[in-house]
Design a protein around this ligand. Structure first.
Ligand SMILES: Cc1cc2nc3c(=O)[nH]c(=O)nc-3n(C[C@H](O)[C@H](O)[C@H](O)COP(=O)(O)O)c2cc1C
Length: 188
């Protein structure tokens, strides 16, 4: 798919299925992520791939990290446990917060966010579907620890990737003029 077509037409795909994402496709997505802008080349981002049976282990971690999960209905517990099974590949986008005289924390997180966007676009360009999710579990200490994050690292997103298994929504047309203004200095 042409690059600009992918950029202009991408939508998120909430329902994803197999076949598995190939190593080549994964490589393209990660290389695209690594082309995200990165102030001072601090390389704050890394990505953890969760595939195959590991998704079930992640589901267990999600459940056990949920507050008072024992009190939830079996259906709700199953829903949480099955979250990672919603796609053949889940990429955990991780940002390492670090001190730098010119790069505030926000810019590190934005850089990883730009990496995630590159993953979404690369997936779409390869005719795969993807969606960026977070939720409470992205900010949960137990989940972060279970995934092997250090104290300095944050989860920026869970990116689900697979083959589209639903009708994709048609995004509403957004008019450029509603989002773009030309600044004119007052003294001109
Ligand atoms: C930081 C971030 C976190 C998000 N978390 C969730 C989420 O947890 N669950 C969800 O359904 N959508 C989440 N979304 C929204 C979807 O990724 C998606 O952007 C939204 O459904 C709109 O679809 P579109 O990308 O096709 O416009 C999140 C988006 C961002 C940027």
């Amino acid at each position: 798919m042409d690059f600009l077509t992918a950029l202009l037409e991408r939508v998120s795909a909430p329902q994803l299925t197999g076949p598995d994402i190939t190593n080549e496709q994964l490589e393209v997505m990660i290389q695209a992520a690594l082309r995200a802008p990165d102030h001072a080349w601090l390389r704050p981002s890394r990505y953890i791939a969760v595939r195959g049976d590991e998704r079930q282990q992640l589901g267990e971690l999600f459940l056990q990290a949920t507050d008072n999960y024992q009190e939830l209905t079996p259906e709700r517990q199953a829903k949480i446990r099955n979250m990672p099974m919603r796609a053949p590949l889940l990429l955990v986008a991780v940002c390492r917060i670090q001190e730098h005289p010119k790069v505030p924390r926000e810019e590190l997180l934005l850089s990883t966010g730009a990496g995630v966007q590159n993953i979404l676009n690369a997936a779409w360009a390869m005719e795969l579907g993807a969606i960026w999710r977070t939720g409470d579990l992205a900010y949960n200490h137990q989940v972060k620890e279970g995934l092997g994050l250090s104290e300095e690292e944050e989860i920026v997103g869970f990116v689900y990737v697979g083959h589209v298994n639903c009708r994709l929504k048609q995004p509403p047309e957004l008019k450029t003029e509603d989002f773009l203004t030309s600044w004119q200095a007052k003294n001109q």
